[in-house]
Design a protein around this ligand. Structure first.
Ligand SMILES: Nc1ncnc2c1ncn2[C@@H]1O[C@H](COP(=O)(O)OP(=O)(O)OP(=O)(O)O)[C@@H](O)[C@H]1O
Length: 298
């Protein structure tokens, strides 16, 4: 495997204006952020409260927002600016895929869900014949515990949030990307399913060699899942390192405050007890129940 880092973010900033055109002032949503993700597949988490700049940073990596300053390199090649060896759009979409927060917004209510997977395979030129397209989609779905036969002809209303998020992950896996940028991917998913999605990410890192940027406000899932964590506050990275170092020896007050916001064992127990109670009123786990068969196995 080449030793070239998957991603190098170097002194990246993004400025916006606050207030009116004449009375307002500029501010940095992201302020001089640098980090690097090594060639070896890993999960890099960016943790911070609402407004800390996480999504803006993710959107710059996804090339949806242009940095005001700094540079981003993918596998040693520029993603930003006008360089002659800049990664082109098709290549970029094959190498880097997003997963967004709300799986219900990721798909239209009026199209069978497999159409999205097929379109990704066709648009990214991953498969050409209809049989190949089906095979590529089925392979991706199987790697998240589903299959093309199981989703065929179904619409979003026929899936749970956890299943839809798995389908979003399958769609992202179609081009066999090197990097997935997942922005708050479990915040809209029922608490009982969160860990199964997070475990699925870990499995994909290990079995398929895909690196993840995991954006979250939840320090506990980041701690559980990540190889490296950066804590963001007011656009800046205030702390970074391996999760155990950060949680055992936080150096910044903001990190301590985030840690204090992690529920205690008793509070978590209350959450699980509530889920358990829902189950007792609906033991079959059918429509409306919090957990689905397909979401149990990761
Ligand atoms: N297009 C924009 N124009 C102006 N301000 C913006 C724009 N996008 C983001 N911001 C501002 O930049 C700051 C950082 O926003 P960002 O969405 O990156 O934070 P976040 O940490 O992802 O928060 P959340 O978890 O709520 O999405 C916020 O103050 C936000 O209002």
């Amino acid at each position: 495997m080449s030793g070239v880092p998957i991603l190098e973010v170097d002194g990246v900033s993004r400025e916006y204006r606050k207030g009116g055109l004449f009375s307002g002032s500029g501010f940095k949503a992201v302020d001089n952020v640098s980090f690097s993700m090594p060639a070896v597949p890993q999960v890099f988490s960016i943790v911070g409260e609402s407004g800390s700049g996480k999504t803006t940073l993710a959107r710059m990596v996804l090339r949806l927002v242009e940095p005001s300053a700094g540079s981003i390199r993918l596998l040693g090649r520029p993603l930003t600016g006008r360089h002659k060896d800049r990664v082109d759009d098709l290549e970029f979409r094959r190498l880097v895929q997003p997963i967004f927060q709300n799986p219900f917004e990721a798909f239209s209510a009026y199209l069978p869900i497999e159409d999205y997977l097929r379109r990704t395979a066709i648009n990214l030129k991953i498969a050409h014949t209809s049989a190949d397209v089906d095979q590529v989609c089925d392979r991706a779905l199987r790697s998240v515990g589903l299959s093309l036969d199981r989703i065929r002809g179904k619409y979003i209303r026929q899936f749970s949030g956890g299943e839809l998020q798995r389908i979003s992950v399958a769609r992202a896996l179609i081009p066999r990307p090197k990097l997935i940028v997942a922005d708050e991917p479990v915040s809209m998913v029922d608490a009982s399913l969160r860990m199964s999605i997070v475990n699925l990410f870990r499995q994909i890192v290990e079995e398929q060699g895909v690196s993840f940027i995991y954006i979250t406000h939840d320090l506990s899932t980041a701690y559980y899942l990540s190889d490296q964590v950066s804590i963001m506050n007011a656009g800046r990275v205030v702390e970074s390192g391996v999760p155990t170092d950060i949680l055992d020896r936080p150096t910044h007050n903001y990190t301590r405050e985030l840690m204090a916001a992690i529920p205690t064992v008793e509070e978590r127990w209350g959450e699980f007890a509530a889920i358990d109670a829902k189950y007792r009123t609906n033991p079959t786990g059918q429509a409306g129940a919090p957990m689905h068969q397909t979401d149990r196995h990761a």
